[in-house]
Design a protein around this ligand. Structure first.
Ligand code: G3I
Length: 300
């Protein structure tokens, strides 16, 4: 196959990208994105500050713009993200304890009602762990250690059809504290019947010759708990071809690794643009890393 999406589809997987609403008027951007990908994540437009800028007043305009752009082209959409310590609206940032607990529940219910039945997955909770594997100290954590469980139970009730994911970065190396912290959370949820369907590994890599230790083992270990695994925000500084090929191969090797999303289209679209971490250059040309990924997806 000659595009990332079609090549991934050969094994039943998807290949996605983050989309920014502000770039949908850029014809180079939209022609690449529309051609290459079959899954879309809103880079910022479905985050709490975007969707509920004032308490009780939801604004879905930019999120819907991305949703409509994607689905009109036959692409699916991942929701990102419902509960996160960052990109909270000002009114939420100042809450804590039971009032924040209630606000989180209302946010999940309000957003998920709007997108009910429409999305492939939601990143219900994002980045809730410290590097050492303990819980991140945040205003959400101040509501009680069970806030993650409450978020997932609320989400399941609000939209029983959408896949519910936990998403984080630096959980790619199997022998890392944060990886183990997240692993233990998922294991606990599965053993107690707390609803969770998938784990998103953001996969923001620092270029080099090799992948973080035992990356594939991390994917298969999460999968063995009974959840799907997805690479949700892939970028690699300087677009190391060996790392791009390696992370793609690791996903292909794990049956429950269901798809890969890169965090932007061209290098110039990236949150870390100066590190040229994506698959297309600033002019929209395919980079060597693009070819390395496509070849792995094609089994070449
Ligand atoms: O929209 C405003 C604009 O009005 C203002 O003029 C401008 C001035 O700074 O800022 C604009 O907002 C920026 C927004 O991106 C849209 O471009 C924010 O400042 C900036 O902080 C925000 O950065 C985003 C970042 O999340 C914030 O946490 C990045 O685009 C986005 O790629 C990044 O994505 C995160 C994932 O959600 C979670 N995992 C890590 C990943 C990378 O940080």
């Amino acid at each position: 196959a000659s595009t990332l999406g079609a090549a991934a589809q050969q094994s039943g997987r998807y290949f996605g990208t983050a989309i920014a609403a502000g770039r949908l008027g850029d014809a180079t951007y939209t022609s690449i994105a529309g051609r290459e990908f079959n899954m879309v994540t809103a880079e910022n437009e479905m985050k709490p500050d975007a969707l509920q800028p004032q308490r009780g007043r939801f604004n879905f305009s930019s999120g819907d713009q991305i949703y409509n752009w994607a689905t009109q082209r036959g692409m699916k959409v991942r929701g990102h993200t419902l509960a996160w310590h960052a990109q909270q609206p000002d009114w939420m940032r100042n809450l804590g304890g039971s009032s924040l607990r209630q606000a989180m529940i209302e946010h999940i219910n309000g957003v998920m009602a709007h997108y009910r039945g429409k999305l492939a997955a939601w990143d219900v909770v994002n980045e809730a762990f410290e590097e050492n594997g303990s819980r991140r100290q945040s205003n959400l954590q101040s509501t009680g250690n069970d806030w993650i469980e409450v978020a997932f139970r609320t989400a399941r009730a609000a939209d029983p059809s959408v896949k519910l994911c936990y998403n984080d970065y630096n959980i790619e190396n199997w022998s890392y504290g944060k990886t183990q912290g997240v692993y233990n959370l998922i294991r606990d949820f599965k053993s107690r019947g707390v609803p969770i369907d998938c784990v998103g590994l953001q996969t923001h890599f620092t270029g080099g010759s090799s992948l973080p230790g035992n990356f594939q083992q991390t994917l298969s270990s999460f999968a063995a708990l009974g959840v799907d695994v997805t690479l949700t925000e892939v970028d690699v500084t300087n677009s190391s071809t060996s790392q791009y090929a390696g992370l793609t191969q690791a996903c292909i090797n794990v049956p429950r690794c269901i798809g890969i999303t890169v965090w932007g289209v061209r290098d110039s679209d990236s949150w870390r643009a100066s590190e040229n971490p994506l698959l297309f250059d600033r002019s929209g040309n395919k980079k060597a890393a693009y070819t390395s990924v496509l070849n792995v997806l094609n089994g070449a």
